[in-house]
Write a new protein. Structure first.
Length: 135
């Protein structure tokens, strides 16, 4: 219900169309998959923003990233309590020795999820992630 102003009748609005939509998807990028684009689907809608938490189960690296388009992304990574903030990247996960890992950028927000482009460093490693899709 919204006010029409002084002396005007109140009006009802349909807020269902503007309600927040969200879903989360868990997945991984394996070392054997290497560098390249990965389409992540199943959101059920075209997101306007994503948040991702990515880690390697073996090392102490963890990365939190967010993006609202291919040019608007940022991330924070932590390795054993040391934090680094980076713009222009969605994910960074490396081994404890920093000799193997992945970085990723948000390539696009798609009709049913997103596309992430991964770059493998060294031997790579298996990255596990949870993505929260929002609209």
């Amino acid at each position: 219900l919204t006010s029409g102003g002084a002396g005007a009748a109140a009006a009802w609005e349909d807020t269902a169309a503007s309600a927040l939509q969200s879903t989360e998807i868990e997945g991984s990028r394996t070392a054997s998959a290497g560098s390249g684009a990965q389409a992540i689907t199943g959101a059920g809608f075209e997101p306007t923003t994503i948040f991702i938490i990515a880690l390697d189960k073996v090392s102490t690296f963890i990365s939190w990233g967010w993006g609202d388009d291919a040019a608007g992304e940022a991330m924070v990574e932590s390795d054993a309590g040391s934090f680094t903030q980076t713009a222009g990247r969605l994910v960074t996960v490396f081994s404890s020795s920093a000799s193997a890992g992945f970085t990723a950028v948000l390539t696009s927000l798609d009709a049913d999820g997103c596309t992430i482009t991964w770059t493998k460093s060294g031997a790579g490693l298996d990255v596990h992630y949870i993505i929260l899709f929002l609209r």
